[in-house]
Design a protein around this ligand. Sequence first.
Ligand code: 3PG
Length: 390
Amino acid sequence: VIKMTDLALAGQRVLIREDLNVPVKDGKISSDARLKAALPTIKLALEAGAKVMVMSHLGRPTEGEFNSEFSLQPVVDYLAAALNYPVRLVTDYLDGVEIGAGELVIFENIRFNKGEKSNDDALAKKLAALCDVFVMDAFGTAHRAQASTHGVAKYAPTACAGPLLAGELDALAKALDNPARPLVAIVGGSKVSTKLTVLESLAGVVDQLVVGGGIANTFIAAQGHGIGKSLYEADLVAEAQRLTKQAQDNNGDIPVPSDVVVGQEFSESAVATLKKVSDVSGDDMIFDIGPDSAQALADIIAKAGTIVWNGPVGVFEFDQFGKGTEIIARAIADSSAFSIAGGGDTLAAVDKYDIADKVSYISTGGGAFLEFLEGKKLPAVEILEQRAKQ
Ligand code: 3PG
């Protein structure tokens, strides 16, 4: 793909698609990770003397209407403060924007437009007509083929990848295409069903697959253990057995915990009890891995050459069920392997255990990160590749 950093931007109308989709409650931003990640690209374009326009979606508003709940105003205020620079929010932009060199405007939530999500051609052409250079920098939305991520790239005079998108793709390629071995993937989270294709795809490329959280419960059940009232998916037990067998046929394994921490209710005040996995009783719910299992995983992590982490191994939002995830987070932080972490819950764990600057790369992608791990082509990247060949 063409890179923004290879282009001369002075005086050009540069339209940047960022993923500024951050959690906002009552006008307050609760996680600014995506905004921090987008800042260098915006700064670079401003310093190059471009006329800088930035667009993004926020949340999932009803298409075709303004809704203040989904306004980008809090994001604009954040960026103005972070850049210490005037930032203008514009709501009417589709028919042209007044803008000078070195100026920065942000378009109001791109999903207020009809046709954004359906990747409408007419909308894409209007966006493309606003710029000389379209910069796709929204890795977190690169799995969506929408007018502001895909359509606009088709019609813009020049379409290129911004530094954030390029950096994400480089980091993921480093982890998966030609990794330092052993390559260890840790996939946690609540359900096998939402990550089945990720597990299948990773099982074929990693040296060691580690499952955790609710996902591990299905694997524990697949080994014939009782799991009490734990969250699991009965219809995927056979699939878990198949994946385990596949790993064993390749001289590997998908380890399940030997000890677990159980509770009787899903609550902040639930009492945590440590048990051997074979002793889980009918009314127990598994909420974390035990210290022996966590140490075994920490040992695997310590020997890794590359680590991919998506998903916690326990209900870490409740401290009494957070030890397993904490031990894994610390093992990743202590490792000299190339490590990459992504996904909303994973980043919350990275924050909670304060290891952000000890992970080699933190992805801004949730769904996009997973789709990349599934081996899928990201449509917003594919179109840039096509444009580069023209
Ligand atoms: C995300 O948060 O995963 C991206 O911003 C995409 O948002 P979406 O799932 O609403 O398309």
